[in-house]
Design a protein around this ligand. Structure first.
Ligand code: ZN
Length: 183
């Protein structure tokens, strides 16, 4: 049984490093869909994600719903974020997660990137109750799922690490998006 865990809206100076420590301890790869405007001042965190084998994806520059923008504005949101990431990692950004899942299929033909959605959503951003987020994930998760968390809240970091421990106990293996999407 394999799953992938993904984190949106970061990096967060006060939360993401602790999450990275926890992932490293558990030897679990993740994907981080970062907001472009959060990168400045947090370049070290992006570099660390990359060095520790995590995938870094695009979550637009200002966290906008892409299908509400003109095509030019949408393309700018995407390309500015890619440039900010690529400047640090030296690698092309492959995946995009559109904020709120708002994706215009037309964009697919203009952007050479794979949109990645999610299948397990604990809505961790609207509760500060760790055990609520944890049990939502434990109830929903099945083989092949993509789990969504947000790495800008302390409670989300705690919940995500607990979810990892519990799913591993149930026999789940955490894989990268590359591996999950190929299978
Ligand atoms: Zn988001």
């Amino acid at each position: 049984k394999t799953v992938a865990i993904t984190f949106d809206d970061g990096p967060g100076r006060n939360t993401t490093p602790e999450l990275l420590d926890g992932l490293k301890e558990r030897n679990v790869p993740a994907a981080f869909f970062v907001v472009g405007e959060n990168i400045e001042g947090n370049e070290d965190i992006i570099r660390r994600m990359h060095d520790e084998g995590h995938i870094i994806g695009n979550h637009t520059f200002t966290h906008v719903e892409l299908d509400k923008l003109s095509e030019n504005a949408a393309l700018t949101e995407v390309s500015k974020t890619n440039a900010a990431i690529e400047k640090i990692t030296g690698e092309k950004v492959k995946y995009i997660r559109p904020p709120c899942g708002s994706w215009d299929e037309e964009l697919y033909y203009k952007i050479d990137m794979t949109p990645v959605f999610w299948s397990v959503d604990p809505k961790d951003w609207c509760t500060d109750n760790v055990s609520v987020s944890v049990s939502r994930v434990m109830e929903q998760t099945k083989d092949g799922d993509i789990i969504l968390f947000h790495d800008i809240y302390d409670t989300s970091v705690t919940a995500a690490l607990e979810v990892i421990d519990r799913l591993q106990t149930r026999g789940y293996r955490f894989v990268t998006l590359d591996d999950l999407l190929i299978e």
